[in-house]
Design a protein around this ligand. Structure first.
Ligand SMILES: Nc1ncnc2c1ncn2[C@@H]1O[C@H](COP(=O)(O)OP(=O)(O)OP(=O)(O)O)[C@@H](O)[C@H]1O
Length: 283
């Protein structure tokens, strides 16, 4: 139980009479990344707001670090970090001053500032006014700031949305390191590749409802109805084979004749799974 950092039980949220979250159930353990995946308007941000005490659920129970969300007060911020957008940066202060200011508010060890700026690749920009950072740099500053006090749970709303692949990769690396150090990360994204790579569990959210939940691998295998294999031959030809006697014979012929350069199974990606489950694209 002490490793269970987030628990949601039957969480529902209505705005006026419109339901936007319907019976959400999920658990996030220490040292894990849980991805809430869904298209725009699915309810991802609303879920984060409920879990961080910014919004009350209409019904259901949720606990963060064992505290019921209705009892959450500012003291929880000593143990959690939140990155929802790039707001809250003081543009006229330098990168370093921003970090120092937040270290004081969060009662964090100031010695971590240099180490974190290094880890997010902002060490060489530390004297720059934060208002002059690029979008990707500002995103990294917000992330560094959110983990200054070594929170046990980190909430990330679309952490790499709009970033170039190399900056996104840096952020992925940092998140994996922090997960290894035991941080639990609640991540929302509509980037299925990101989720496949980072998340231990994913919840596919559609119109406020979790339509699938499991490890990315479990979900991809669950929807791998028509098993097939892609074979690349040494002569450059590509073939897609099914599990029929005829295709298995062709494959064994190529393997025995040393003609196959590569064989891949073609299970669906999370994106395909989402499309199958909901009939809609993620974007
Ligand atoms: N204050 C509000 N009043 C009424 N409806 C709201 C309010 N905030 C959000 N909604 C509605 O709730 C639904 C879920 O919104 P939410 O912001 O949680 O979605 P999201 O999955 O985070 O979307 P995005 O990826 O675009 O950020 C949407 O239909 C939205 O219009």
């Amino acid at each position: 139980m002490d490793k269970e950092y987030i628990r949601m039980e039957h969480i529902c949220k209505r705005y006026d009479k419109t339901p936007v979250l319907k019976d959400l159930n999920a658990v996030l353990q220490k040292g894990e990344i849980l991805g809430f995946l869904g298209p725009s308007g699915a309810g991802k941000t609303t879920t984060i707001k409920i879990l961080t005490g910014q919004l009350k659920p209409t019904s259901g129970e949720a606990y963060v670090l064992g505290i019921h969300v209705k009892n959450i007060d500012e003291t929880i911020y000593e143990q959690i970090g939140i990155v929802t957008d790039q707001s809250g940066i003081y543009e006229r202060m330098t990168v370093y001053e921003n970090m120092k200011y937040f270290a004081r508010i969060l009662k964090a060890d100031g010695k971590r500032i240099d180490e974190l700026l290094e880890r997010v690749g902002l060490e060489k920009h530390k004297k720059k006014p934060a208002g002059k950072l690029s979008k990707g740099q500002a995103q990294r500053l917000v992330l560094a700031r959110a983990v200054l006090h070594k929170p046990r749970v980190l909430f990330l709303d679309e952490p790499t949305s709009g970033l170039d692949p190399s900056t996104a990769l840096d952020i992925h690396r940092l998140l994996m390191e922090m997960k290894e150090e035991g941080m639990a990360i609640f991540l929302t994204t509509h980037n299925m590749e990101e989720a496949e790579k980072l998340c231990d569990h994913v919840a596919l959210l559609n119109d406020g409802e979790i339509v699938e939940y499991g490890t990315p691998r479990e979900l991809c295998l669950r929807y791998n109805k028509e098993k097939c294999y892609k074979v690349l031959l040494e002569n450059g030809e590509e073939h897609v084979l099914k599990q029929t006697a005829e295709d298995i014979e062709r494959l064994s012929g190529w393997l025995l004749g040393n003609q196959a350069a590569a064989v891949h199974s073609c299970e669906p990606t999370l994106e395909n799974v989402f499309l199958t489950v909901t009939g809609r694209e993620l974007r």
